[in-house]
Design a protein around this ligand. Sequence first.
Ligand SMILES: C[S@@+](CC[C@H](N)C(=O)[O-])C[C@H]1O[C@@H](n2cnc3c(N)ncnc32)[C@H](O)[C@@H]1O
Length: 321
Amino acid sequence: MTASATPASPSGTADEGGHKLPRPGSFYDVPGWFYNGDVVLFDWFLGRQSRLDQRGDLLEMGAYMGKSAIMMRSYLRPDETFTVCDLFDSDQEAADISAHNEREMRGSYATLTRRAFEANYLSFHERLPRILQAPTSVVPDEVEDGSCRFVHVDASHMYEHVHPDIDAARAALGEDGLVVLDDFRSEHTPGVSCATWQAVLEGGLRPVCVTSQKFYGTWGDPKAVQDELHAELKERGDCWLQYQDVAGHRLLLVGGRKAAPPPVPASRHAKGTGRAEGQGQRQEAGRGPGGRPRPTLARRAARELLPPIVARPLARALARR
Ligand SMILES: C[S@@+](CC[C@H](N)C(=O)[O-])C[C@H]1O[C@@H](n2cnc3c(N)ncnc32)[C@H](O)[C@@H]1O
């Protein structure tokens, strides 16, 4: 099967078969397996790359309905390319995938169509990414070596596919690039666990951190980024953190289920604003779910450390500022 790199197709309200296409009013309406701790970490790692002016393309293997892709796209610069590779609704036999992968495809992703991905994506961004509708085995031929700074591997969960996907990620990444491996320790994905730790023990992959869902690593030097991440998450105070040594590698465990979410991409179908929200804009920083203001560190400290008679007026003054 050949990959198709595709220009934008129009988003409508129904596909050719008359099926209703999604119109998510918020990032959180997009179906997927992309949870709060990882939303926080994607924002942190991609935000850090922007701050440090690290250049390079973005790549996602396994996009489903676009949830993580929509988030990743928000950190792309105009001169960079975002490529997503997914089978979407391709003919399974033509895709030459294993019987196990076919079971996974028919079970979990039965409702997936490329049109639904596109409709979701175009609710948040003006233009589609470069789409490879193909098995991930096409990635090494389609993505230039050393061109990427961030690769998310979230396609098949079979060892026979994940192992080459990790090799493809390594080839695609430039120096100090970051790879994220999904489902590296889920009950139903032993093949991903095996491929991940094999890459660590035999392939030079160095862990930065893990959440309950994802492994974050680099083939560069992890120390600076790991120290910085630990320091910042510790200061935030809303993530569970622990260092562990695993086979001589320092691993940072991060529990971010209850962490305050970062600003997420805003949908053009958002309700209640009286206007269509702009492309690639993000929901207001400093606001949590439901638009509640998130207290700043200074306000939290004032509330927790000072007597109420002093803390309340001070917190109000800080909020006004
Ligand atoms: C877990 S979902 C991706 C979830 C998405 N990243 C998110 O956060 O919402 C896995 C995706 O991988 C795709 N996939 C499975 N096996 C594949 C393969 N061998 N090649 C390309 N895509 C594959 C499926 O079509 C599905 O859309």
